[in-house]
Ligand binder design. Structure first.
Ligand code: DOR
Ligand code: ZN
Length: 346
């Protein structure tokens, strides 16, 4: 039995850090594990231009705990009125690593998102020309479509056409949750990749309703049936270069989650790498963890691999029921559960 594993330092290719006290409280969890993270721009108000994004990056850098080497990779929030030249300027100045497409009202903080993808075709053409990745929250917002079908219908109605129309555009299909999405990515061109979260590898939709309603397992896209979780596990550990780590860690206070209208989002950052390692271990694929966590992402983005390493030990420990962040209680993913792996101190 393998009792410890050392891998190249991983990155998180999909992270919500928030701002202010919450950002300062949650950032250390990520920076202790990951060398870089793609930081989502769905603040309130959203981060839609170069200056706001550079200022946000500055606040994050100022909050990195002493002694930790961490680089935030910033994204531009696309709206119906995003100017292609601003996006290109932000990219050439090294502020925007990628741009994020939220269909308007698809999820938390997406009210200013794109109402019709046709409106941003000039931006996407520019991104294609300069090699800037597009990150997509892939769900339709049509409330007539069942919530469990919104990802599959997005592929049918929007993503298939986009991939055909923009053959050179690098696209990351974020936080995929279905067999349909996994297969679409596998069958698609080299320019198409996907992130997979720990929660979609660990839970199916039953978890949200086990013995009562469980708001801490509610995120968007929502967890699906077991067959989808199993397919995601298969592709994550398959060795395919098209799939990589993206936690979608999305902290909300207990009050905002345990509410008559609770927020979507799972706070996966605290034990993220341990959580993924447990999955690869269960699938007898620890030898493929490094590619998924530390290589496929930077290769897709065209960035260098991290230099350092981390070591994980087989060591069972119980995850806290609650953590405190910015004076609020916050419930981490795996709260109260045992995890069998622990990130070693160097
Ligand atoms: O569950 C989610 N929470 N999904 C998202 O797409 C956004 C995120 C958040 O910002 O809370
Ligand atoms: Zn997200």
């Amino acid at each position: 039995m393998i009792n410890s594993i050392t891998i190249r330092r991983p990155d998180d290719w999909h992270l919500h850090l928030r701002d202010g006290d919450m950002m300062r409280a949650v950032l250390p969890y990520t920076a202790r594990q990951f060398g870089r993270a793609i930081v989502m721009p769905n603040l309130s108000p959203p981060v839609t231009d170069v200056e706001k994004t550079a200022a946000y990056r500055g606040r994050i850098i100022a909050a990195i705990p002493a002694g930790l080497d961490f680089t935030p990779l910033m994204t531009c929030y696309l709206t119906d009125t995003t100017d292609p030249m601003d996006v290109a300027r932000g990219h050439s100045e090294g502020v925007f690593v990628a741009a994020k497409l939220y269909p308007a009202h698809a999820t938390t903080g997406s009210a200013h998102g794109v109402t019709d993808i046709a409106k941003i075709y000039p931006v996407l053409e520019k991104m294609q020309a300069i090699g800037m990745p597009l990150l997509i929250h892939g769900e339709v917002t049509d409330h007539h479509v069942d919530i469990f079908d919104r990802e599959a219908v997005f592929i049918e109605r929007t993503l298939s056409k986009l991939v055909r129309d923009m053959p050179e555009l690098k696209i990351v299909f974020e936080h995929i949750t279905t067999r349909d999405a996994a297969d679409f990515v596998i069958d698609g061109p080299e320019t198409l990749a996907a992130t997979i979260t720990p929660q979609h590898l660990h839970i199916n939709r039953n978890a949200i309703f086990a013995g009562g309603i469980r708001p801490h397992f509610y995120c968007l896209p929502i967890a699906k049936r077991e067959e989808h979780r199993l397919r995601l596990r298969e592709v994550a550990v398959s060795g395919s270069r098209k799939f990589f780590l993206g936690t979608d860690s999305a902290p909300h206070s207990v009050g905002a989650k345990e509410s008559a209208c609770g927020c979507a989002g799972i706070f996966g950052a605290p034990y993220a790498i341990e959580s993924y390692t447990a999955v690869f271990d269960e699938e007898n694929a620890l030898d493929r963890l490094e590619a998924f966590a530390s290589e496929n992402g930077p290769r897709f983005y065209g960035l260098p691999l991290n230099e350092g390493t981390i070591t994980l030990h087989r060591q069972s420990h119980q995850v806290e029921e609650k953590l405190t962040a910015a004076g609020e209680d916050i419930v981490p993913f795996h709260a109260g559960e045992e995890i069998n792996w622990r990130l070693g101190l160097k």
